[in-house]
Design a protein around this ligand. Structure first.
Ligand SMILES: [Zn+2]
Length: 243
C-alpha cells in the first residue's frame, strides 16, 4: 500500500490521518507491526485453548472451551490475514480487500461474545441474567449485520456498537452468585478501553494500530488468566448446578 505523504519527522513511521469515511493507509513499517503483533499470538492462543480442553471435565466445559477458543484464535488469525493482505497483496481488488477488512471487524463482535461465554456458561445465573447466554450471540449477529451494510460509513456508531457489545453483557456477569474473577474481568475491560485511544489515533500517533493490537493482546491475556484460574477448577464446579 502506497504511503499517502510525509507527516511526521520520519515519514516511514506514520502517514497523514485518513479523511472522513476513508481508511488510514499505514506506512510499510506500520503494516509490518500490525501484522506481527497479532501473528505472534495465534499459536499461544491455540495452546491456551488446548490447555482449557485438558482441564475440562464435562461436555459442557469442553464445548465452552471450544467456543471461547474459536473466538480467541479467530481474532488473531483473521486480523493477521487481513493485515498481511493489505501489506503484501495490495494488488488485490479494492472490494476483496474491503471484504477482509469487514471480516476483521466482524470477528471482534464474535470474539467479545466468545469471551463472555465461559462466564455465562460455567457460572450459575438467575433467569433474567441467564438470557445473556444467547443475547450476546444475537448482539454479535446484529453487529455483523451492521458491518456488512454500513462498513466505514459511521465510525462513531461502530465504536458505540463495540462498547455496547463489550459492556452490556457485564450487567449479567456482575450478578453471578460466585463473583470470583470479576476484578480480572474489569482490569481486562479497562485495558481494552485504554487501547481504544490508540485505535482512534491512526496518523496521530506512530504505530497506533499496532499499539492497539498490544492492548487487545494484554486484555485477552488477563481474561484468559481469569477463565483458567476461576472457571476450570474443582472449586467452581462445586459452586455450580452443572457440576
Ligand atoms: Zn488490526
Amino acid at each position: 500500500m502506497k504511503a499517502t505523504g510525509c507527516w511526521c519527522v520520519c515519514c516511514r513511521f506514520m502517514n497523514k490521518p485518513a479523511s472522513a469515511n476513508r481508511r488510514y493507509q499505514p506506512t510499510c513499517h506500520e503494516h509490518a507491526a500490525n501484522c506481527y503483533t497479532h501473528a505472534l499470538l495465534v499459536v499461544p492462543a491455540a495452546l491456551g485453548v488446548v490447555l482449557l480442553q485438558r482441564l475440562s471435565h464435562t461436555g459442557w466445559e469442553r464445548l465452552t472451551a471450544c467456543v471461547y477458543g474459536l473466538g480467541l484464535c479467530a481474532l488473531f488469525l483473521v486480523s493477521t490475514v487481513f493485515h498481511f493482505i493489505t501489506w503484501k497483496m495490495s494488488h488485490l481488488s479494492r472490494s476483496l480487500e474491503q471484504c477482509f477488512h469487514m471480516c476483521d471487524r466482524v470477528v471482534i463482535y464474535f470474539f467479545i461474545a466468545a469471551s463472555y461465554t465461559p462466564w455465562l456458561n460455567l457460572r450459575d445465573l438467575d433467569p433474567p441474567a441467564a438470557c445473556m447466554r444467547w443475547l450476546v450471540w444475537l448482539m454479535a449477529a446484529a453487529g455483523s449485520f451492521y458491518v456488512f451494510n454500513y462498513h466505514e460509513k459511521y465510525k462513531l456508531v461502530e465504536l458505540v456498537f463495540y462498547l455496547t457489545m463489550g459492556f452490556f453483557p457485564a450487567s449479567a456477569v456482575m450478578f453471578m452468585n460466585n463473583t470470583e474473577g470479576l476484578w480480572e474481568l474489569l482490569y481486562g475491560g479497562c485495558i481494552y478501553c485504554t487501547g481504544i485511544i490508540f485505535f482512534k489515533s491512526d496518523g496521530v500517533i506512530p504505530f497506533a494500530h499496532a499499539i492497539w493490537h498490544v492492548f487487545v493482546a494484554l486484555a485477552a491475556a488477563v481474561h484468559y488468566y481469569a477463565i483458567w484460574k476461576y472457571l476450570y477448577t474443582p472449586a467452581n464446579r462445586r459452586h455450580t448446578c452443572r457440576a
